[in-house]
Design a protein. Structure first.
Length: 126
């Protein structure tokens, strides 16, 4: 029998959330850095790129893990047929739902949206 997937510890989730925020902020700051401290442009760009590689690699692995769990346990088909769910099926569904609930991706998207808007406004004003 397959072992049920589980969510990662909050410290890991928070670490990658912060990596995503730093990366987003790095890219939004590039226009100002180019004008104010041009020698910092490449280091900040690399910080953003490496951070995004780590962050989106992490997000990809989480999404892949969720989709694999849904597929491995045939959850969609079982729900569509109103088939009985096993204890493992329920554990996997709890994993998927708790993983979605614990995810900070919505905050990351909001941060990217807000910092992008601020970066555009500041660039226009400057």
């Amino acid at each position: 029998m397959k072992s049920s997937p589980h969510t990662l510890p909050p410290a890991v989730i928070n670490l990658f959330f912060v990596i995503g925020l730093i990366s987003a902020l790095s890219f939004r700051a590039l226009m100002a850095i180019k004008e104010i401290q041009p020698h910092l442009f490449r280091p900040v760009w690399y910080l953003g790129i490496i951070g995004y590689i780590l962050f989106f690699g992490f997000r990809y692995s989480i999404t892949r893990k969720r989709k694999k769990a849904i597929s491995d346990y045939n959850l969609i088909q079982k729900l569509e047929r109103d088939a009985p769910l096993t204890t493992n099926d329920r554990e996997v569904m709890i994993y998927i739902l708790s993983s979605l609930q614990k995810s900070r991706e919505n905050l990351n998207y909001l941060f990217i949206f807000a910092t992008s808007a601020i970066a555009v406004l500041l660039d226009i004003l400057i």
